[in-house]
Ligand binder design. Structure first.
Ligand SMILES: Nc1nc2c(ncn2[C@@H]2O[C@H](COP(=O)(O)OP(=O)(O)OP(=O)(O)O)[C@@H](O)[C@H]2O)c(=O)[nH]1
Ligand SMILES: [Zn+2]
Length: 190
């Protein structure tokens, strides 16, 4: 983030603190605007990196086509674009390789970190991840299941503590009900 933008955030946070009735110059809050600016640079870091392309695709000669590859329960943290409050949870990704193309396993959590690091709704994290994997791998199909808790639903508004939202994205072979059921069974038991 540029020093100019950092300055804008710091001044805005000062104004917010004043507007809610606190004193931004009291000792406990003195460094808060700078901390918040630094935090936003971190949690919204993807906005400064529009084309995340550090993704290694391997070409395997042995038969990898046709079987599910599943990475389960990848934790993520994001910020809801309506209230700028956190939502967080777990993501399970599955894909079926085609043409021997597979992705380095650590790259899937890296992609999760990337799509999460901007103001978001859960539905968009889910579909962006699915579409990125499709583009990178041109697989037989992709499945993404996201389960999350939203602080804007829990700590304010309707205040429904512990309620969880699940969103999903299915393409290719995962649209076939039999394949989808087998996948859902597999992630339950593995
Ligand atoms: N679909 C979707 N909605 C979300 C997500 N995160 C937050 N929301 C919802 O966004 C909506 C914003 O609604 P508004 O009526 O504009 O805002 P609000 O007055 O603060 O709404 P309440 O939360 O009901 O008090 C709320 O219903 C939130 O629960 C998300 O990831 N996906
Ligand atoms: Zn929200």
């Amino acid at each position: 983030m540029s020093p100019e933008n950092q300055q804008i955030i710091e001044q805005s946070v000062k104004n917010i603190l004043k507007a809610v009735g606190d004193d931004p110059d009291r000792s406990g809050l003195k460094e808060t605007p700078a901390r918040v600016a630094k935090m936003y640079a971190e949690v919204f870091s993807s906005l400064e990196e529009p084309n995340f392309d550090d993704i290694k695709i391997f070409q395997e000669d042995t038969a990898v086509d046709g079987e599910n590859v599943i990475v389960r329960n990848i934790p993520f943290y994001s910020m809801c674009e309506h209230h700028l409050l956190p939502f967080f949870g777990e993501i399970t990704v599955g894909y079926v390789p085609k043409g021997g193309r597979i992705i380095g396993l650590s790259k899937i959590p890296r992609l999760v970190n990337y799509v999460a690091a901007k103001p978001n709704v859960q539905e968009n994290i889910t579909s962006e991840l699915g579409r990125k994997l499709e583009k990178l791998l041109a697989p037989q199909g992709v499945a993404v299941i996201v389960t999350a808790r939203h602080m804007c639903i829990e700590m304010r508004g309707v205040k429904k503590t512990d309620s969880k939202t699940t969103t999903s994205y299915y393409s290719g072979v995962f649209k076939d009900p039999t394949h989808k059921m087998a996948f859902l069974q597999e992630i339950k038991t593995c």
